[in-house]
Design a binder for this molecule. Structure first.
Ligand code: COA
Length: 283
């Protein structure tokens, strides 16, 4: 695939060139979807980006793009559910890079399945990746950040962490746990130079989400009708807000969860904007 070395990744455009120069970021699952847009933007803004993820097949195209664009990106195979492997990886990366400044707990698994049919194994798989993995990585990299008295962690959650949503009991429960973890670690580490925030995207275009969450156009159209802004987001739009929360511009923000969903999680009224109601007097 051809890469234009001069093209600025969309999520990096609002930010000053070199904003993350000299910093090292870890983005779990950073070779696809939202994680990939974050990898691209942070690398373009000067960070060294370390991408641990399960599927080595996703690493090759990212490394090829990084080489073509002079980005510093390193990939490694890691399953974040394995706490010993996470500890070994964190120790190796700290030894190699001296300091980890940013961590994005982006790795997740999801599919739609009614609660009564969800197997214990399926529940464990999703909780293991999203909740256990976030804790293991935050602890392993957070210790280094606390020692350096600087760092920022960003967790990816979803608005169904507090609304619930039919079909995703596993993911909603995991994300609710991650939200609690975000606030807890933020409170514990605020005085020690480490910020911990979360972002809650609504549905945005990505291959993984399409396969797992809206397998056909009819479902997608129904979901879009539920979003007041009338469309899904893009990974680039979500990534830009992630960068904002990781950046020094958010230096006094911790324990916060920022919703990026086109208004999708706002209350649904008894009438629709634009609809005429007989009971309403014209003024
Ligand atoms: N419906 C119901 N159960 C499902 C399922 C589905 N669509 N997909 C997986 N499972 C079940 C499996 O059947 C298995 O349970 P069982 O042993 O009782 O049969 C359990 O989940 C674990 O599946 P497995 O594929 O062995 O686990 P894994 O660790 O390799 O995969 C998942 C993890 C389940 C999260 C998988 O969906 C995944 O890797 N997804 C890709 C990444 C992703 O989802 N990204 C998020 C996009 S929004």
């Amino acid at each position: 695939m051809q890469h234009d070395a001069l093209e600025v990744p969309a999520a990096a455009r609002p930010f000053a060139p070199g904003l993350y120069a000299g910093q090292t970021a870890v983005i779990t699952g950073g070779a696809s979807g939202l994680g990939l847009e974050l990898t691209r933007a942070l690398a373009h803004l000067g960070a060294t980006v370390l991408v641990p993820s399960r599927d080595a097949a996703k690493h090759a195209p990212l490394l090829e793009e990084a080489a073509a664009r002079n980005w510093r990106v390193e990939c490694a195979v890691l399953d974040v559910r394995d706490n010993h492997a996470v500890d070994r990886y964190a120790a190796a990366m700290l030894a190699a890079h001296g300091r980890i400044d940013l961590l994005v707990n982006n790795a997740a698994g999801n599919f739609v399945c009614p609660s009564e049919r969800l197997s214990a194994n399926a529940w464990r798989a999703v909780l293991g990746i999203a909740l256990d993995g976030t804790f293991y990585c935050s602890k392993a990299f957070g210790r280094g950040m606390l020692a350096a008295q600087r760092g920022a962690i960003l967790n990816i959650v979803a608005t169904y962490a507090w609304t619930g949503m039919p079909g995703v009991a596993h993911s909603a429960s995991a994300k609710a746990g991650v939200l609690a973890l975000t606030k807890t670690m933020a409170a514990e580490w605020a005085g020690r130079g480490v910020r911990v925030n979360a972002i809650a995207p609504g549905p945005f275009h990505s291959k993984g989400a399409k396969q797992n969450l809206w397998p056909n156009e009819e479902v997608k159209a129904r979901m879009e009708r539920e979003i007041p802004m009338g469309r899904f987001g893009t990974a680039e739009e979500v990534a830009a807000h992630c960068l904002w929360l990781l950046s020094p511009y958010s230096g006094w923000v911790t324990g916060e969860c920022f919703v990026v969903d086109g208004g999708g999680s706002l209350g649904k009224g008894m009438w629709l904007p634009g609809e005429r109601l007989a009971s309403v007097k014209e003024t």
